[in-house]
Design a protein around this ligand. Structure first.
Ligand code: NAP
Length: 293
């Protein structure tokens, strides 16, 4: 007697950030084509960090594809902090510049926060100035940091109404974890924010309808920790010993258990760039409406 094939395991929906980002970029490009002027993004890169160079190169290419003007300012790591501050002041006053991006991390020795806070809030397309963080917490319109904004779009692509869901954000950085928690709270999730001092992370993961991992530790979230059917968003970008990229979540283990999961690469990463273009376009539209430099 021939045996029946084993029952097929449930399989998560793959959240395709590449495709969703491409759709966003096409929409942005079409809006720019009828704007009547060209939005401008100034990118400041300090030092020689190879990963930062790649990120900046990708952002500049994306600007060109969408019809934005990008202005690259590559400075040696020996540049005095005061010169970078003076550059930011000039860019703040330049009406051709609608967005300013200071590529992080800066080389050792710089006071990053002082430079970030110098960016005019209406040109702060990374959403990292205190006024923009405050507006996010107060639920007022402002610049929302690109990566959490992109992660939220991915979550909503598989679940439109998040009210009452338990969301676990692993990581509490200003760049990602904290704004992500605020965005989820704004969608009426019950939010738990985990960090390096959190106890019993697997138990918290087991309760999470939405799990967002932004730690920077290769595949630390095991498949067996994940609540069956959960939406899993993997923000981490890590390099394995063989040089390949992976996220903070063990993807292969999680695929049969999660309800939906974003891969690395091809998940959150492309969304960050799409949201940067979107923030720059929004800043340009606002500047033209309010006639500000
Ligand atoms: P970060 O500033 O280093 O923050 C990491 C967070 O993880 C911290 O809050 C830290 O807790 C927490 N953490 C560390 N070990 C932990 C543990 N064992 N258990 C639970 N939490 C732990 O990093 P980030 O800037 O937020 O970035 C996180 C990851 O996302 C990185 O891999 C980065 O490359 C990636 N990323 C990707 C994009 C993208 O476009 N896809 C954008 C930004 C970041 P403490 O606060 O207690 O130290």
């Amino acid at each position: 007697m021939s045996s029946l094939p084993p029952p097929s395991k449930p399989h998560a929906i793959l959240i395709d950030g590449k495709t969703i980002a491409a759709q966003m970029r096409a929409q942005i490009k079409s809006e720019i084509s009828v704007l009547g002027f060209t939005p401008g993004l100034a990118v400041i890169l300090v030092g020689e960090d190879p990963a930062s160079r790649v990120y900046v190169g990708n952002k500049i290419k994306a600007c060109a594809d969408a019809g934005l003007r990008s202005m690259e300012h590559c400075l040696p790591a020996s540049t005095p902090q005061g010169d970078i501050a003076a550059l930011i002041d000039r860019l703040n006053a330049d009406p051709q510049v609608h967005g300013i991006l200071l590529q992080l991390p800066l080389p050792a020795g710089f006071e990053s926060d002082a430079l970030i806070q110098r960016i005019a809030p209406h040109k702060d397309v990374d959403g990292l100035t205190i006024p923009n963080i405050g507006r996010l917490v107060a639920r007022l319109p402002g610049m929302v940091p690109c990566t959490p904004q992109g992660a939220m779009i991915l979550i909503k692509s598989v679940c439109a109404d998040l009210a009452g869901l338990h969301a676990l954000v692993i990581g509490r950085s200003l760049l990602f974890g904290k704004p992500m928690g605020q965005l989820l709270l704004g969608e009426n999730c019950t939010v738990t924010q985990a960090h390096s001092k959190t106890r019993d992370l697997p138990a918290l993961c087991a309760q999470a309808d939405i799990l967002v991992a932004a730690v920077g530790r290769a595949e630390m979230i095991r498949g067996e920790w994940i609540k069956p059917g959960a939406i899993v968003i993997d923000v981490g970008i890590n390099r394995r010993e063989d040089g390949s990229l992976c996220g903070d979540v063990n993807f292969a283990e999680s695929l049969p258990r999660a309800g939906a999961i974003s891969p690395v690469p091809g998940g959150v990463g492309p969304m960050t760039i799409a949201c940067l273009l979107s923030n720059t376009l929004a800043a340009a539209k606002q500047a033209s409406q309010e006639n500000i430099s």
